[in-house]
Design a protein around this ligand. Structure first.
Ligand SMILES: NC(=O)C1=CN([C@@H]2O[C@H](COP(=O)(O)OP(=O)(O)OC[C@H]3O[C@@H](n4cnc5c(N)ncnc54)[C@H](OP(=O)(O)O)[C@@H]3O)[C@@H](O)[C@H]2O)C=CC1
Ligand SMILES: O=C1O[C@H](COP(=O)(O)O)[C@@H](O)[C@H](O)[C@H]1O
Length: 503
């Protein structure tokens, strides 16, 4: 992460080994991110790019596919010379975790490549594979000694989802820690690569004015919204066993929640920041199943339109079970049991096929206790929100009341807005550049530690259990292009609150 560093420097020479290189993530996000790093001179001088495929494939064939993907998904115009430099050195190695001999051969081949390219033995293994392959691949890497650090570094990048519930996340952590040390594991969550998300800490702790009011005395509640317009599309087989809650909440939404709710770390280093994040997640009150049902809404979209795009009924998505009860929308009410947040509800919502793409944290401050202005009762004052948003615009807005010009005291709500693009020249990014760069320089501040992953699953486990038992009961349907099921509004209205409207 660039904060606190004088300038970005090139990482150590290393090999970058991608498992799952034939897949969507590698083509759409990882290679374009490496391209952006190459274009900004942020790849190591000596760099060995290796793709691991389970089926035989030549390096040329793999290179052609990745080059095509780069042209399709790059976030900036592709300069052929840079792309050639990046992919020119690509080597494809065939290895399957079900075939130990293939890993022995891979280990030998990597040694040879690294000796030729003088990368010094530093290796980053990026597991861009389905979660069920994380452990088999790690075990083979461990067995063959490829993860052993002998004067060089060896790192393992694990994609999300990290486990499917509390028990499986614990099991995965415990098995991985038999193979590698925690400092070698980089559990990735691309939300932490987003500028606005990293800026939450800067906003809170590099400014003196927010901290005094950042607590239960001044904050009424906090809303975290991650709405998407896209449907499930071609990801039916993954999504139908995952659902909106597992896909988004214990990872992306909890990253936002932990950054906004954590205590100030003693210093800005990985240990201190990650400890505070884990601490606040662990303080999320564990709900009984009955409370979990009362404090949640789950929905599933039917056929309809989002803007000009036709969206099919979720249950008709390829690879989705015909009568599936998997939620494509989830809203939750959580509370954090600590001194700062006691009595301050956190309302979270996320869903697919909704009317707008919106990612925001809206911090709602308490109303003024008394309105001294005639004809303006306190409940007619506009609400005071501080809004930190990534979508549709990256920025921060503060909403407050002001006097309407004129002879009388009329009051209306206005907004002060900071938009990143008005102040900084930002380059479009995949969100993965920062994370991949940080892995290469060994800065794990933006990666999840085992304890916070487990604390996240612990907090959502009651909802998973309650929803599983309830099956179809309680699953609400919603129209594509809407704001989600009406019951999500009722979740707020019951508490005398409402979701923040856009615009
Ligand atoms: N795509 C995305 O936008 C995002 C994906 N992720 C995560 O990234 C990971 C990859 O996702 P995605 O690229 O979409 O998936 P894909 O299905 O498109 O690709 C999976 C890749 O993994 C390989 N693979 C599958 N099974 C195994 C196995 N048992 N052992 C070794 N390799 C295997 C496949 O290789 P083969 O050709 O041999 O079958 C393929 O290259 C997942 O964990 C996903 O949750 C996270 C965030 C976003
Ligand atoms: O990890 C995931 O995130 C995306 C949303 O990411 P964003 O950066 O576009 O907000 C989501 O679509 C996907 O289902 C999920 O797996």
């Amino acid at each position: 992460m660039a904060v606190g560093k004088a300038a970005q420097t090139r990482p150590d020479p290393c090999s970058f080994v991608i498992f799952g290189v034939t897949g969507d993530l590698a083509h759409r996000l990882v290679i374009p991110a490496l391209y952006n790093l190459a274009a900004n001179h942020l790849l190591p001088e000596k760099f060995c790019l290796v793709g691991i495929a389970r089926k035989a494939m030549s390096s040329d064939e793999l290179r052609d596919g990745l080059m095509k993907g780069l042209h399709q998904y790059a976030t900036r115009a592709v300069d052929d010379a840079i792309a050639q430099r990046l992919l020119g050195c690509l080597t494809c190695i065939e290895a399957d975790p079900n075939d130990p001999a293939s890993f022995d051969a891979m280990s030998k081949r990597l040694d040879e490549l690294e000796a030729a390219q003088q990368t010094g033995g530093n290796r980053l293994f990026y597991l861009a594979t389905p979660p069920n392959a994380f452990l088999p691949i790690s075990r083979e890497l461990g067995r063959t000694g490829m993860l052993k650090e002998n004067g060089s570094w060896r790192r393992l990048v694990i994609e999300k989802p990290f486990g499917t519930d509390l028990a499986s996340a614990r099991e995965l952590n415990s098995e991985l820690l038999k193979i590698v040390d925690e400092h070698q594991i980089y559990r990735i969550d691309h939300y932490l690569g987003k500028e606005t998300v990293q800026n939450i800490l800067v906003l809170r702790f590099a400014n003196g004015m927010f901290e005094p009011i950042w607590n239960r005395n001044h904050i009424d509640h906090i809303q975290i919204t991650v709405d998407e317009k896209i449907g499930v599309g071609h990801r039916g087989s993954f999504y139908d066993v995952t659902g909106a809650l597992r896909d988004m909440v214990p990872n992306h939404l909890f990253q936002l929640l932990s950054l906004v709710a954590m205590e100030p770390p003693a210093k800005f280093d990985a240990h201190a920041v990650r400890s505070e994040k884990a601490e606040v997640l662990a303080a999320i009150q564990t709900q009984t199943e009955e409370e979990a049902l009362r404090n949640s809404v789950r929905g599933q979209y039917r056929a309809g339109r989002v803007g000009d795009t036709e969206i099919d009924d979720y249950r008709k998505t390829p690879d989705v079970k015909p009568g599936s009860n998997t939620e494509t929308y989830a809203a939750l009410k959580l509370t954090i049991d600590n001194w700062r947040w006691a009595g301050v509800p956190f309302y979270l919502r996320t869903g697919k096929a909704l009317g707008v793409k919106r990612t925001e944290i809206a911090i709602k401050f308490k109303q003024a206790p008394f309105a001294m202005f005639r004809d303006t009762p306190v409940d007619r004052l506009s609400q005071n929100y501080l809004i930190i948003s990534t979508e549709p615009t990256e920025g921060i807005a503060l909403q407050f009341n002001t006097k309407v010009p004129g002879p009388n005291i009329n009051i209306d709500g206005v907004e002060m807005k900071f938009r990143y693009k008005d102040y900084f020249k930002t380059e479009p990014s995949t969100g993965y550049e920062t994370l991949i760069y940080d892995c290469m320089i060994g800065d794990n501040i933006l990666f999840q530690r085992a304890d916070s992953v487990e604390a996240g699953w612990q907090a959502v486990q009651p909802f998973l259990d309650a929803w599983k038992k309830a099956a179809a009961r309680g699953l609400k349907v919603y129209e594509p292009g809407s704001e989600g099921p009406e019951e999500a509004n009722e979740l707020m209205e019951r508490d005398g609150r409402s979701w923040r409207k856009l615009g």
